[in-house]
Design a protein around this ligand. Structure first.
Ligand SMILES: Cc1cc2nc3c(=O)[nH]c(=O)nc-3n(C[C@H](O)[C@H](O)[C@H](O)COP(=O)(O)OP(=O)(O)OC[C@H]3O[C@@H](n4cnc5c(N)ncnc54)[C@H](O)[C@@H]3O)c2cc1C
Length: 289
């Protein structure tokens, strides 16, 4: 339970943090909320020689709408999302997601940037950001680069971030009128990671036909999954119950679950089907309001 020894560094600016990452190379790790990294260090699954704590860097925590996006600073805590009237009123998918991550103690510290940068397919934000079609802003020595979320998750615990880059912002396209979203998750007990979960964000046109839809799946593959075939199936269709059930079936065929302590693969595939169906119909209901 005691992590190996490390040197603790507390930069005051992004350039200083990047400089430290370059100086210490693979030996260094960024520390945000510490809710994934510290447990991994205690279990000796991670042994960084240098911890670069970015919590003293000002200006990395915010939630604001600007230029057609909801912009979330990398260091924004889950609890801040939950408390945001803007998230509550306009981004119900994000609110649903934040509310089912771990427990209130963890959410007081855990950051949205850390949740994504960790690259864990069991984390909840990755699928949600896929459903939104979000963009990830990475800041390095040469400035910022914007990564579409569908290119961000490379393999298990591996993202497109370079070693000397910091995830500084998440950009979610502001939803047009007649949009809705929802997140449905099954967990063994409150506070656990998902056995499976489904995120949906969609927009209907004036005639009630699906104009845009994003579907992301949690913890049913080595990376979060974009259920592209189900999205393509739904686009241009009226979202009646039979169509949503068919789309959910297509999404479940795209899942790649494995059998583990949370259940056998076929059970998880069945969960994906049911959770996607429920998330789709809640999203349609919300889009109509
Ligand atoms: C009991 C428990 C239950 C949990 N249950 C859930 C759950 O149900 N759903 C869920 O989604 N998560 C869950 N988590 C994980 C939690 O959400 C973590 O906080 C999150 O995965 C990582 O965020 P963090 O800010 O704590 O990052 P840290 O632990 O500080 O860092 C995690 C990794 O990301 C890197 N990193 C952090 N910030 C940045 C950045 N800005 N730029 C680049 N790299 C960065 C770090 O170097 C490290 O490798 C749980 C955690 C605990 C302890």
């Amino acid at each position: 339970m005691i992590p190996p020894a490390f040197e603790y560094l507390r930069p005051k600016s992004i350039p200083e943090a990047i400089n430290l990452l370059q100086q210490h190379g693979d030996e260094a790790k960024l520390l945000s909320g510490g809710q994934s990294l510290i447990p991994m260090m205690k279990l000796r699954l991670a042994r960084p020689g240098f911890l670069i704590d970015i919590n003293s860097i000002a200006g990395l925590s915010y939630i604001k709408e600007e230029g057609g996006f909801l912009k979330i600073g990398g260091l924004t805590r889950e609890a801040e999302l939950e408390a945001s009237p803007l998230v509550r009123s306009k981004y119900p998918l994000l609110m649903d997601t934040a509310a089912v991550i771990a427990d209130p103690q963890v959410r007081n510290l855990a950051t949205v940037g850390g949740n994504l940068a960790h690259g864990d397919p069991a984390n909840d934000h990755p699928a949600t950001m896929i459903a939104f079609g979000a963009q990830i802003v990475a800041t390095g020595a040469k400035g910022e680069r914007v990564i579409p979320v569908e290119d961000f998750f490379v393999s298990l615990f591996t993202t497109a971030l370079k070693h000397d880059e910091i995830l500084t912002e998440i950009r979610i396209p502001s939803p047009p009128a007649k949009s809705g979203g929802a997140y449905f998750k099954v967990e063994r007990k409150v506070g656990d990671f998902a056995t499976a979960a489904a995120a949906v964000q969609l927009t209907l046109d004036g005639g009630g036909v699906v104009q845009r839809v994003g579907i992301g799946l949690t913890n049913v593959g080595p990376t979060p999954i974009k259920a592209r075939k189900a999205e393509d199936f739904l686009k241009g269709k009226k979202p009646d119950a039979a169509t949503l059930a068919q789309a959910a079936q297509v999404a479940s065929e795209q899942a790649q679950p494995g059998s583990d302590l949370r259940g056998p693969a076929e059970y998880k595939r069945g969960l994906v089907k049911e959770l996607t169906k429920r998330a789709l119909s809640r999203a349609v209901e919300r889009a109509g309001k």
